[in-house]
Design a protein around this ligand. Sequence first.
Ligand code: ISL
Ligand code: CA
Length: 554
Amino acid sequence: MSSNRQPGWWKEAVVYQVYPRSFQDSNNDGIGDLPGILSRLDYIQSLGVDAIWLNPFFKSPNDDGGYDICDYLSIQPEFGTMADFDRLLEGAHQRGLKIIIDLVFNHTSDEHQWFRASSQSRTNPKRPYYFWRDGKGDGPPSNWPSFFGGSAWQKDDRTGQYYLHLFSKKQPDLNWENPQVREELQSIIRYWTNKGVDGIRLDVISAISKRTDFPDADTADFNEIIARYYANGPRIFEFIGELRAQALSDASVLTVGEGPGINAENAVDYLSEGKGLDMIFHFDHMFLDQGPGGRFDPKPWSMEDFKLVFSRWDEALYQRSKGWGSIFLGNHDFPRQVSRWGNDGEFREEAAKAILTLLMTLRGTPFIYAGDELGMTNIKLKSVSQSKDVETLNGFRTAQEKGISEEEFLLAANYAGRDNARTPFQWDDSTYAGFSGVEPWMVVNPNKAVINRESQEKEPSSVLNHFRKLIRLRKSEKTLVYGDYLPVETSDGQLMAYKRVGEGVEWMVLINFSDKNMNALPDLTGYELVISNVVGSKANGMLPWEAKILKKAV
Ligand code: ISL
Ligand code: CA
């Protein structure tokens, strides 16, 4: 049964992101799998969400959590079979849930048959499926760094050339200049849309058009390198437009592009109605606390900059053009949102609800990462050896080369690392949190005794039930979806305030991003409180991490 899909269905939707490896193990091998997700569809439906984004579940050596695909048309054996996927898709559609899959087209695994052939010889017909270049002197063709540490070029001794890999060396970049590559990718998309999937997330789509002269980067600032050398390449809009026309012409199939390096100025070019993508994920907020060295070079972030990101993007997408945005505050690549933006100690519950309030009251499609509806937190790794993430493991090697100690590196990794978001989902307080009957692939957060779905179902004021309240409010009040977004000046910088304005109604959202009480609020004349996330809320003040949603008829 296919889902009843209209073009633009995503605008009023809320999307739930599931990282299959960490969500639910169904066969006690310690690894999450597709039947596990099927067994939890009733829970996902109970949240009130409309769609599920599944991180990659295709055959992969799992060098980068499945983002290194060696066969786009088969299922990772430890996740199950194609029949399991078909059952999951059917089960989701039966519950009115749509399925968004995650296709990684910037690169394949080095174990993909295309790369195995391409690396055989300089004359192999598949050689031009990837980027092969002679070195410069006795070094790589350019000084480009990989997202995952070291050079973005790997020397292949068999043919004496280097191949490009913006990510790990087991993730060679595909050569989109080659029309054969583009046709292969189009047919992969058609295979999955013919199956009835409802949307596609296109991984790192902003980087598929390379500057094929591979000029040396003139900066060491990694996020600047992404923006100026990896993303927004010369043929990017041509390639996206062709993909859309050749394989994604069904306007009811959502296309959302992951776009590191996309900025508020050029985002609309990626979204041009019908020719481009329906939505993109930008990273302006997600890189606020990354120093010039990237993820493991954290720096303090400011509320002023944080607020500016949302104003700037709302203005770019809605006031300057007819785009549509996505809103996310956490995912599988970033630390848990309550730990990063909030407080995961004394005020954890209030802060988790406050951040969910932000997520659910902005203009754009909210994407919530599984576990954030419970207020799951970061994990404190005791040693780097506990990490299962190639970005962290490589990052540690780079740090060691600079003489940085493990203890010092762990401070950065425990603050910003991706392992934080990949600990098993906390269903209950049993030994392995109800995720599995055996020790899972990744350490379970010890706080599963306190933070778990089972206990929160029973608690009316739990983070989980507050999230359900928020989603119900958003669904019942279309101004929270389509209404204008108007930032409101506040005397205390830690207070985030904004209006959502529609026909005959104004909403005001106030979020106290601090551990302290506040008593200077914007003028609330005529507003009445609809939801607060704390007990003992006062009309003329804000308690620590309080988030108020108020409404006024106009
Ligand atoms: O980790 C990041 C930068 O430090 C993120 O920007 C992320 O790596 C980047 O946005 C691309 O992410 C996507 O592609 C990667 C994969 O590791 C990520 O999980 C995926 O979300 C390579 O496929
Ligand atoms: Ca399993």
